[in-house]
Unconditional design. Structure first.
Length: 324
C-alpha cells in the first residue's frame, strides 16, 4: 500500500485522551454522510479526524502514469479532490480545521482504513444503499470492515437510505420511546449486551457515546434460552419464559450494577425474549445510535452462520458502532 501523504497535520487542541477518528471518503453520498458525522463528533470531543481516500488506478480512466511528473500530477489532482469533499462536508459544522488530516492512499478503501485506522479510537464509514436482498447476495463492505477491524467501527446510515420499516414489538417501543421523542436530539444510545467481555467493552463505548451529548443510555439484553446457560433447578427440563426472563434480568443486573456513569447520562436496562439481531434492529428505529459487540465471525461463517453485528449493520435504521 502506498501512502500519498498527509496534507494537513493536526494542531494541539485535540482531546489528548482520545485517539483519532478515521473516516473513509470516496465522493459518494454515503461517505459524505460518514464524513459529516465524524466531523460533528470530533467537533464536540476535540479529537482529530483523519479523512482517508483509498484509491486504485480505476479511479482514473486515463492511462497509468509512467514517470514521476505524471504521478505527481495524479497525486495533486487526488489531493485537490479530497480537499473539495472535506470542505463541502465541513460546511456548517463547528470543527477546528487544525484537527483535520487528509490522507490519500493507493490501495482499496477497506485496506487503507484497516491499516491507517488500526490504532484509532474508531473507524467511520457510510452504509451502501443496497436493499436487504442485495446486501445478502452481494455483501456489505461496511459490515465486512466492521468484522475485520480490531477497533470500533461506526457505520453511518445516510438520510437517503430508506428501507421499509420493520415490525417493532410494542414492548420495545414503549421502553425506548415512552413519550414519542418530541425532539430528535433526545433519542438514546442503545447498547446490546450478553454478559461477554466484548459486550462489556461495547457498554463502555456506549457510555462514552452517550456522554458526548448527554443522551440517555438504554442497555438491552435480547435473549433466547440458549443464551442463558444452565439455570439452577432446570438441568433436565426446559424452563418457562418467565423463569428465563428472571435469569436474563439477573445477568443484565450483574453486568450493569457497578457501571460508573458520567453525571449527564441516565441509564435504563431492559431484557427482552427475542433474537438479539431482531431486537436491536427493532430498537434502532428509536435510537440515535446502536452499539453492539462483535462475535468474531468473519467471511463465510458470518455470511452463512449468521452474525448479530452484521445483521444490525445491514438492517438498522440509525448509525451503528461495532465494538471488538
Amino acid at each position: 500500500m502506498t501512502n500519498d501523504g498527509i496534507h494537513i497535520n493536526g494542531g494541539t487542541t485535540a482531546n489528548e485522551g482520545l485517539k483519532d477518528i478515521v473516516v473513509g471518503v470516496d465522493g459518494s453520498s454515503e461517505s459524505f454522510a460518514a464524513l459529516r458525522w465524524a466531523l460533528n463528533e470530533a467537533g464536540k470531543t476535540g479529537q482529530h479526524v483523519n479523512a482517508v481516500f483509498g484509491w486504485t488506478h480505476s479511479w482514473d480512466t486515463s492511462s497509468e502514469p509512467d514517470n514521476d511528473e505524471s504521478w505527481k500530477k495524479v497525486r495533486h489532482e487526488i489531493a485537490h479532490t479530497l480537499r473539495g469533499w472535506v470542505d463541502k462536508a465541513a460546511n456548517g459544522i463547528d470543527f477546528n480545521p487544525e484537527n483535520l488530516k487528509l490522507t490519500s492512499v493507493k490501495a482499496s478503501g477497506s485496506t487503507a482504513l484497516l491499516q491507517i485506522g488500526a490504532d484509532s479510537q474508531q473507524i467511520v464509514v457510510g452504509r451502501r444503499n443496497l436493499n436487504r436482498v442485495a446486501r445478502w447476495f452481494l455483501g456489505s463492505s461496511s459490515a465486512s470492515l466492521a468484522e475485520e477491524a480490531k477497533v470500533p467501527v461506526t457505520v453511518v446510515r445516510g438520510d437517503e437510505d430508506k428501507d421499509s420499516p420493520i415490525s417493532v414489538q410494542d414492548s420495545i417501543a414503549r421502553t425506548l420511546d415512552p413519550e414519542g421523542f418530541a425532539g430528535h436530539d433526545l433519542r438514546p444510545v442503545v447498547v446490546g449486551i450478553d454478559g461477554s467481555k466484548t459486550s462489556k467493552r461495547a457498554l463502555d463505548f456506549a457510555i462514552h457515546a452517550a456522554s458526548i451529548d448527554g443522551r440517555p443510555l438504554h442497555v438491552l439484553f435480547c435473549w433466547q434460552m440458549k443464551d442463558l446457560g444452565a439455570i439452577e433447578g432446570y438441568e433436565t427440563t426446559v424452563p418457562s419464559i418467565a423463569v428465563g426472563q428472571q435469569r436474563a434480568e439477573e445477568i443484565l443486573a450483574s453486568v450493569t450494577e457497578h457501571v460508573q456513569l458520567p453525571s449527564n447520562v441516565t441509564m435504563t436496562t431492559s431484557a427482552f425474549h427475542i433474537a438479539a439481531g431482531k431486537g436491536l434492529v427493532s430498537a434502532s428505529r428509536y435510537a440515535n445510535r446502536v452499539v453492539v459487540g462483535s462475535r468474531g465471525l468473519s467471511g463465510l461463517d458470518a455470511h452463512f452462520l449468521g452474525s448479530v453485528s452484521r445483521q444490525v449493520v445491514d438492517e438498522a435504521e440509525c448509525t451503528v458502532t461495532v465494538v471488538h
